[in-house]
Design a protein around this ligand. Structure first.
Ligand code: AMP
Length: 302
């Protein structure tokens, strides 16, 4: 089944201790779509400015991403500038320029309205809601967000969460959203806002999946070379949702496997700047790393 995604398509300027990239391709929807495209088709909703070149469009189309919902408007494409220190788990936002997103209102092409799997990637929660108003009967709605929107658009975000089945966010943002320091208590508080499942991304420490009755933990792959964590979260979400949509199954078992596929995909993204590693990635590399995850976490019972 295809996945409908709304999120940012961006130019990022990123500094890490290992190098920098200026105005490179980024955006939550871009990373998400590329990652999910290894599992299923993707329908993308976003806006770019007239400065957006053809090459990334051709790349996304070549990966099976439908760009009928990508509008081009007068003005500049969304830009984000960030820096990472040696603690690569924490991105420091230096600049956010919404540009064409400031006046954007999604209009879903007719072919998108029956989407069964919807991912509201990190973007203004009011735009996330506008997308939900236009889809007919989705089977699964999942959502991401970040501190920028928790601070700036909290009420709209809480409204969006009321419609969401799975929320996928960073550890620090769970605490911020719940206003609670303890992660387990904070997760319970966030589950009470609507989502039935909460996927907490913890950077190099992996992922915790909370439901009302269970907690599942998956590690991050221990990599020797991490260059740029930008997009790891969106790439995780792409693998996670991609696997759920491809199997069209939402059992606990499938959610666990989807969590590992998400972690596999994120482990590749961080190996290079921008989408450079995903552009070269093959399915056999994905399978190989999935098996390594199995070995990494296997142990015998009592
Ligand atoms: P992450 O997966 O969390 O590392 O997300 C990184 C991507 O999020 C970058 O490529 C940015 O372009 C994008 N981004 C940063 N800030 C925002 C924002 N406020 N809204 C939407 N996208 C953003």
């Amino acid at each position: 089944m295809d996945i409908l995604v709304i999120g940012s398509v961006a130019f990022d300027s990123v500094e890490t201790p290992f190098g920098r990239g200026d105005d490179v391709l980024g955006g939550s929807a871009t990373y998400f779509s590329t990652s999910a495209s290894f599992f299923t088709g993707v329908q993308l909703v976003a806006v770019v400015g007239e400065d957006f070149p053809d090459e990334p469009r051709q790349f996304l189309t070549s990966r099976g991403v439908d760009l009928a919902g990508l509008q081009t408007r007068p003005g500049k494409t969304f830009r984000w500038k960030g820096r990472y220190g040696y603690d690569l788990n924490e991105a420091h936002t230096l600049e956010t320029h919404l540009n064409v997103f400031e006046t954007f209102h999604p209009e879903l092409p007719d072919t998108y309205r029956q989407a069964k799997f919807v991912f509201l990637a990190n973007i203004d929660p009011e735009l996330q809601l506008e997308v939900l108003q236009q889809v007919e009967k989705p089977k699964l709605i999942a959502c991401d967000t970040m501190n920028f929107w928790i601070d700036g658009k909290r009420d709209a975000l809480i409204r969006t969460l009321g419609h969401v089945d799975i929320l996928v966010i960073n550890e620090a943002e769970v605490r911020q959203l719940a206003d609670e320091a303890n992660l387990v208590k904070a997760s319970r508080a966030v589950l009470a806002m609507g989502p039935k499942t909460l996927v907490v991304k913890r950077g190099e420490y992996g992922v915790l999946v909370f439901t009302e009755h269970s907690i599942f933990s998956a590690p991050a792959y221990p990599l020797e070379e991490v260059f740029d964590p930008t997009g790891a979260g969106d790439t995780f979400a792409g693998g996670f949702m991609g696997y759920l949509a491809a199997t069209n199954n939402l059992s606990d078992e499938t959610i666990r496997k989807a969590t590992v596929f998400g972690s596999v995909m994120a482990s590749f993204t961080v190996e290079d700047f921008s989408l450079d590693r995903l552009r070269k990635l093959t399915w056999s590399e994905i399978e190989d790393r999935f098996r390594r995850f199995q070995t990494l976490t296997a142990f015998e019972g009592l």
